[in-house]
Design a protein around this ligand. Structure first.
Ligand code: GAP
Length: 442
């Protein structure tokens, strides 16, 4: 993990939030390369669950919602973690995470060493961030930053059905920020206080829920595999009966084998008709559905695949990280850091280099760059030796490097160098767009 965190900083993938002020715990910023990577993760998700399907629509609901939403959803009452205070070190810890949070006062900062600490009884701590709407900070004006995007979908169910363009079974998908005041943010961007979720609520006829639950369990696992996560690092873990929320009829987590162990990337749950019924009850609005095929009225069941964009991005980053060896300028082997990202996720698809800064090569390289950037995120780079430029782009997972050299000026071909095999071939400029598209799997 240390290598990845340092690569992330060095290459502009992920920075600590407000770093010049000493940082803010539980918040991270995506730099110039990271923003492209995360955007590609979100775009791949959106394409696969919205654009490529006939039974899904998108949504972008507000982060601030009516406070009653969170009463209906159960978050005001139940969205809590057990918290303990230490009278000795004044630290606050999650009672169920004591083994992996160090006591800050112990000289060794040894993980899990709370045995001599003077811990209070555990009490419930609500994870929702509170704020106020309008100029008066009074209880009546209190709202929450949403702790999940899901409720924005439930409260828009009727709006979307009333547009008349959807029929059950159908789903609504949303990507957006969520906020949780985690007691112990940890493991880089894995557990943070501000993060992005990619959530689906898929509405089905009661009785068809088990079939659709199975469908989404498999579909969501496959999505990660299709984008290159290694099979041995990914698994589906079904929740045991005592792990299930009281309303859930089934839940499975997609887990990734991070350097610290198996951890959740996404949960897929059969939430029954719990959410729509609760919102009906609390809002007094009928949220049932009239099925034009069967002429029945019912409250739909819902299958919820709920993923974290930051966790997914981190898993793709960790899985892609590799070190091998490559010859340096003098032909000596040196360690090469390479991100073997799927081309769809690669932040920069190709980099164009003039071999020399003369003989018309920069002009030609600019022309090639201008041609390719119309379609992809492509860089132009003329700084340093070709070897250095290759390393720079290997480190951010750029699949192709295109070099304009003496021969280009004679026969209008460029050298294309492959990130993974480091093999080179010549491709004519006239075919470049088609060639790159092929290599991107488009
Ligand atoms: N609507 C259901 C829901 O929000 P969840 O399991 O609490 O379920 C879903 O969250 C996903 O959101 C998780 O699988 C994870 O990827 C992401 N997530 C949740 N809390 C997070 C945190 N503190 N930091 C980063 N990602 C988080």
């Amino acid at each position: 993990m240390e290598k990845i965190v340092s690569l992330a900083k060095r290459r502009g993938i992920i920075f600590q939030s407000s770093e010049v002020y000493g940082g803010l715990n539980g918040a991270w910023d995506y730099g110039p390369v990271g923003v492209e990577l995360k955007r590609n993760v979100k775009d791949a998700w959106w394409r696969s669950v919205v654009r490529d399907r006939d039974d899904m629509v998108g949504l972008d609901a507000a982060i601030l919602m009516h406070p009653r939403v969170w009463e209906a959803s159960g978050h005001v009452e139940g969205f809590t973690d057990p918290l303990v205070d230490c009278r000795f070190c004044k630290g606050r810890f999650r009672a169920d995470h004591l083994e992996d949070t160090p006591c800050p006062k112990k000289p060794s900062k040894m993980v899990g060493k709370h045995d001599e600490c003077d811990l209070t009884e555990s009490r419930k701590f609500n994870l929702m961030f509170k704020t106020f709407v309008g100029p008066v900070e009074e209880t009546a004006a209190q709202v929450y930053l949403r702790p999940e995007t899901a409720q924005g979908i439930f409260v828009n169910f009727k709006n979307v059905v009333d547009t008349g363009r959807v029929k059950i079974p159908f789903g609504m998908a949303q990507i957006g920020k969520s906020f949780r005041n985690e007691i112990t943010p940890k493991q880089f961007t894995f557990r943070v206080r501000e993060f992005e979720q990619m959530e689906i609520e898929f509405f089905v006829r009661p009785g068809e829920d088990v079939k659709w639950y199975e469908y989404w369990r498999n579909a969501r696992l496959q999505w990660y595999l299709d984008l290159g996560i290694r099979k041995e690092n990914l698994r589906l873990r079904d929740h045991a009966a005592d792990e299930l929320a009281h309303y859930a009829r089934g839940c499975a987590d997609v887990e990734y084998k991070f350097p610290w162990g198996w951890s959740e990337l996404e949960g897929i749950a059969n939430r029954t008709d719990y959410d729509l019924k609760r919102h009906s009850e609390f809002s007094g609005k009928d949220l049932s559905y009239f099925d034009p095929e069967t002429k029945e009225r019912y409250v739909p069941y819902v299958i919820e695949p709920s993923a974290g964009a930051d966790r997914g991005t981190l898993a793709f980053l960790v899985d892609a990280y590799d070190e091998d060896s490559a010859p340096d300028e003098k032909g000596n082997l040196e360690t090469r850091v390479v991100l073997r990202l799927h081309p769809k996720l690669a932040p920069v698809k190709a980099a164009v280099f003039p071999l020399l800064r003369k003989d018309g090569q920069p002009e030609k390289a600019h022309a090639v760059h201008d041609q390719l950037r119309k379609r992809w995120n492509v860089d132009y780079d003329q700084a340093g030796s070709i070897g250095k430029r290759y390393r720079r782009y290997d480190e951010v997972g750029t699949p192709l490097c295109l070099t304009i050299d003496h021969q280009t000026m004679q026969d209008d071909t460029v050298t294309v160098r492959d990130r993974d095999t480091m093999k080179q071939e010549r491709v004519s400029c006239g075919r470049l767009t088609e060639y790159v598209a092929g290599r991107m799997g488009e």
